[in-house]
Design a protein around this ligand. Sequence first.
Ligand code: ADP
Ligand code: MG
Ligand code: MG
Length: 252
Amino acid sequence: MLKIENLHASVEDKNILKGLNLEVKAGEVHAIMGPNGAGKSTLGNVLAGRESYDVTDGTALLDGVDLLDLSPEDRAREGLFLAFQYPVEIPGVSNINFLKTALNDIREYKGLPTLEAKEFLQLVKDKQQLVEFSAKLTNRSLNEGFSGGEKKRNEIFQLAMLNPKLSILDETDSGLDIDALRIVANGVNQLRSENNAFVVITHYQRLLDYIVPDFVHVLYNGRIVKTGPKELALELEEKGYDWLKELDTQTA
Ligand code: ADP
Ligand code: MG
Ligand code: MG
């Protein structure tokens, strides 16, 4: 589904990603861990096509389409979802109108007809139930005045509604409390299927007690230097990241 090869990217002429490789198949959940400043969020930002990130080499194929050639909007239409690609707060735009526009935009891109109001509302109802999202939040302005936990819930609700192929969740800087971790984890667990995949970027080993990943990767100094089963997360928790320095020079 996702195949990243030799990805190099820089910010303000500083090389951050230095030949990153990652392959994610349909039906899989991958966790990315690593020390602060390793480039985890940069990876998400580069895939999303955020301004100020320069890709200097490499490819990132989503089902054969190089995301790096597309506008951020077209990346989303191709089925990429980044939690943080949606604006934090848009006063005056209700959550539900935002989702209707986004969903119909994706449908149009795929050559599908616009959803009738009735079908759309049924979908809203079904997905609300699936991810235990309150109808009250659906009708509020997008994220306006949402608490941290409500924002997380909303992110998962958006994910459920838009049904992307590949979701990248970067939880690193959000200081999630245990409730928010559970919300994210329950959502991912409800939504994971043979037809989609998740990349969960996290600092928190404990998130992976709730979302059991198929693979754990360590991103260190701009590269994936180690990949292992879910137990690798526990090993990292115990040993920290310093012991990986050696791997970094070995792979340099
Ligand atoms: P992580 O998410 O692994 O903690 P980041 O990807 O956020 O790491 O950051 C990697 C490096 O890139 C850091 O040195 C950071 O300061 C730098 N960096 C990331 N984004 C920017 C930016 N927009 N402007 C300047 N430097 C940036
Ligand atoms: Mg960081
Ligand atoms: Mg980060």
